[in-house]
Design a protein around this ligand. Sequence first.
Ligand SMILES: [Zn+2]
Length: 89
Amino acid sequence: MSYSRFGEADVYVYLDVSGYLTCCACNIVETQDAWGNYRAYDTEDMVNHLKDHRKNGDRVLTDTIERLWADHEENMEFILKTTFRHGEK
Ligand SMILES: [Zn+2]
């Protein structure tokens, strides 16, 4: 599911099926994955990342951050389960 889309904001954020929160086509980090995305493995990391976007002058809806926290428990369960299965972390 997506938390933020281009058009309504300057970031595109969603929970990837592979088990992490993604900031799509991110332009504020030096280390992106092969698709130019930023990956966060917990809610707090992504929220801090979105605050960095705001500091950078990017538009991030408050609603996006509130929805990330609202889904925190569910997302963390999914992320931990999925990354454990993939052996990535
Ligand atoms: Zn980003």
